[in-house]
Design a protein around this ligand. Structure first.
Ligand SMILES: C[S@@+](CC[C@H](N)C(=O)[O-])C[C@H]1O[C@@H](n2cnc3c(N)ncnc32)[C@H](O)[C@@H]1O
Length: 244
């Protein structure tokens, strides 16, 4: 990002070019509980645009339809949010090589926050740094208030009086709740998600209106006229119930 480019402009540039910050981010496999995550290769400053959560914009009805079709390994990639009293969803189920869909949850000390951006009449979800993020760190954000299984399965370490509690995940305990990326290769997962999609769709990077036979709403109908360009988004993310 050049000195004069604001984080918002930086985000819009990446949105329009449909590209991630490939020289600043990398995908790493963490473990069989968390699966993959996104890590920084360079420092980010507070406020910087980090990555877009790319996918297909769909409405609540279509999201519900897909949730019923998708295996749970795919529906965990559906990010729901409220826009002008409407529930919308970015479906990031396709393994398209983009980074945003692989960012993991951290509700206590996230280093990024999701914001909604409207660029050229289309809605986009983007992560911005909440603080300085040093090279080598995992990118995280708060998925929202929901009781995610990995949050529940926390071991509360013994707390000396007057000190804050420290919680640590117990890996073996949450194993059965987790979409194990090592049991699903990328190709298999992509095939799974693609075959369970309601319509053939090669434009997963496009944010567009409801597809296929199920809907005819235009994006304008989905998001309304003259939307806000830049909005803080309270996370209400991933709409999947993770059950074993
Ligand atoms: C959108 S995906 C994130 C990418 C995922 N780690 C992967 O490898 O595909 C969301 C899934 O990642 C896992 N996940 C995210 N945050 C986690 C956390 N803090 N602890 C354990 N698992 C987490 C859960 O399996 C969740 O369903």
């Amino acid at each position: 990002m050049s000195r004069r480019t604001t984080p918002l402009q930086d985000a819009i540039n990446h949105i329009l070019a449909r590209r991630d910050k490939n020289s600043m981010l990398e995908i790493k496999f963490i473990n069989s509980v968390k699966g993959r995550g996104i890590f920084t290769l360079a420092n980010f400053k507070q406020g910087d645009f980090v990555v877009e959560y790319r996918g297909e914009l769909i409405d609540a009805t279509e999201a519900e339809h897909r949730r019923n079709l998708y295996p749970s390994a795919c529906s965990v990639f559906m990010f729901e949010f409220i826009w002008k009293q409407k529930t919308l969803c970015i479906d990031g189920a396709l393994e398209d090589g983009s980074f945003g869909r692989l960012v993991n949850d951290e509700h206590r000390t996230p280093n990024c926050r999701m914001k909604l951006i409207e660029a050229e009449g289309k809605l986009h979800l983007c992560l911005f740094a909440l603080k300085e993020i040093a090279a080598g760190s995992e990118i995280t954000y708060d998925y929202g208030g929901k009781e995610w299984p990995w949050r529940k399965k926390l071991k509360i370490a013994s707390i000396p009086s007057g000190q804050q509690c420290v919680a640590e995940p117990i890996a073996h305990d949450v194993e059965h709740h987790v979409i194990s990326t090592d049991s699903f290769t990328d190709r298999e997962l992509r095939a799974e998600c693609q075959s369970s999609r309601p319509t053939a769709d090669n434009s997963e990077h496009e944010v567009h209106s409801v597809g296929g036979q199920r809907g005819t709403s235009s994006l304008k109908e989905l998001i309304g006229e003259g939307g806000v360009q830049y909005q803080e988004l309270s996370p209400q993310a991933f709409s999947e119930e993770l059950t074993s």
